[in-house]
Design a protein around this ligand. Sequence first.
Ligand code: PLP
Length: 384
Amino acid sequence: MTDRIETLAVHAGAEPDPATGAVVPAIQMSTTFKQDGVGGLRGGFEYGRSGNPTRAALERAIASLEGATHGLAYASGLAATQNALYLLAPGDRLLMSDDVYGGTWRLADKVWRRYGIETDTVDLCDLDAVAAAFAAPAPPKVVWIETPSNPLLKIIDISAVARLAAVAGAITVVDNTFATPYLQRPLDFGADIVLHSATKYLGGHSDVIGGLIATRSDELAETLRFHQNAAGAVPSPFDCFLIMRGMRTLAVRMERASANALVLALWLAERPDIERVHYPGLPDHPAAELVARQMRSPGGMLSFELRGSEDAARRFAGSTRLFTLAESLGAVESLIELPAPMTHASVADSPLALSGSLVRLSVGIEAADDLRADLEAAFAASAS
Ligand code: PLP
């Protein structure tokens, strides 16, 4: 019998310890493991970079939540991204959404380009453009999807893009950080690899940096596992424990954050001082039908463009009380930021450049009415 995702979130990776009965996986700090004769490994563990029992529990947990057969954990979301990009060889091309986390773009554009891997960006919502990219003389080897995207909340049709990629022999990677497996399971839609900044919703409490990958492909898992060990950007056992602890409450946190975000998005959409709200739960979102097909609910992230100058946006973002002005997202507390000068500063002067009046909210699990009152007070304070 397959358990539902709410149940998996609580139990995945955490079988009671057969030796002690402990319900929570132990934080195993040992960096090395006794061998019974050379190569005689007791639990399959040899050296902490290659594998660790606490990390293995987290890796089983993400595989289970994403409906995968392999999970891999890393020291950060970008370390996971770096590891996925090791699948490329010099001369290969990477196709990326034209709206992605600024650090992902920076890694592709400023690091991998130096090693002979070119990145093309297109609007992956435009399937004709995706088909044209795969029909080019040097088609991409990997297509990189973020859906919902950061920070414009674009929704990309994973099945349609993965089908086009598969025909061209390319690998589809989905960064599922914004949705989490609770709202969307990309492997079910044909993606080859799903990736997370576990720093965000999976950790859920702004107290741990981590990255995760899951796949159903034995071949991809073997290459990823090789590079995980060879490059060594692995998380500490304590970080693995914290991410797993966060994952236990994923379902209830996502439900509340998503419900709160919908309340705020509907309210913001009516305000005259706002040009446009980007939230996949609004009835007029360009992909409303796709959201219903691909996601359980639209999630806790939204962004909006304020009428007026970038200064007005800066004043607004500095005027909230409950929404903390800070980078990152996906935790219990609500955060506010301006992507152009903050999380996405590295896309300035690129095809991904953003408006200075764009404000991004990570809506937390506080009372929706308190969050709305906070924004209302900030509008009043920053207008004067
Ligand atoms: N992917 C997305 C969508 C992100 O928002 C981030 C960070 O903000 C990352 C990846 C990178 O993750 P990390 O900061 O854990 O390296």
